[in-house]
Design a binder for this molecule. Structure first.
Ligand SMILES: NC(=O)c1ccc[n+]([C@@H]2O[C@H](COP(=O)([O-])OP(=O)(O)OC[C@H]3O[C@@H](n4cnc5c(N)ncnc54)[C@H](OP(=O)(O)O)[C@@H]3O)[C@@H](O)[C@H]2O)c1
Length: 162
């Protein structure tokens, strides 16, 4: 199963200046709970945005066109096809961004874990591709208010391709 996991704002934004739009600890935990023990595939820019490099206890695959690149505790691949070929049939694979990689994979994933962050970020420069939600079935939804640690309200939604 190949899934996208992403946090998207009300204006479809996902990032700004190479970083996430906001720090939502609840979403970080959600991301960790879902991906731990599994495989994550990301673009080189998203990898470079990780504060401590490779995500622990996950198989990290980083995409780059730059040959002979090496990143500690990561497998480096030159194409999405190559990345998927080194994953086994029964592996849970998560596409974790960024904008370029989401756009390149959205037509081939079966599931999306979207955290809808209920706020408009005007200064964003990275966006999720436009989704035709008629093609997806919502199978789970959990809504949460803002609190002292999570500055914006957010909803975890799981979508399966119809
Ligand atoms: N909200 C969220 O859930 C979320 C999640 C992840 C990231 N983000 C945000 O998204 C932004 C980064 O997105 P981005 O689009 O700028 O960068 P990106 O998708 O993370 O990385 C793009 C780079 O990945 C490599 N790449 C992409 N597709 C490839 C392919 N098919 N084959 C080989 N290499 C490939 C290329 O690296 P080379 O240039 O080295 O060839 C490309 O320049 C940041 O702001 C980040 O914080 C948000």
């Amino acid at each position: 199963m190949i899934s996208i996991i992403v946090a998207i704002s009300d204006n479809n934004a996902i990032g700004k200046e190479g970083q996430l739009l906001c720090h939502l600890p609840a979403d970080m935990k959600h991301f960790k709970d879902l991906t731990i023990g599994h495989t994550v595939i990301m673009g080189r820019k998203t990898f470079e945005s990780l504060p401590k490099g490779a995500l622990p206890n996950r198989k990290n695959i980083v995409l780059t066109t730059k040959e002979s690149t090496e990143y500690t505790n990561c497998i480096v691949c030159g194409s999405i096809q190559q990345a998927l070929e080194i994953c086994k049939e029964d592996e849970s694979v998560f596409i974790i961004g960024g904008a370029h990689v989401y756009a390149e994979t959205i037509d081939r994933v079966e599931r999306m874990y979207i955290t809808h962050v209920h706020h408009v970020f005007d200064e964003a420069d990275a966006f999720f591709p436009i989704v035709d939600f008629n093609r997806w079935t919502e199978i789970e939804r959990q809504k949460f208010p803002a609190d002292e640690k999570n500055l914006y309200p957010y909803t975890f939604v799981t979508y399966l391709r119809k």
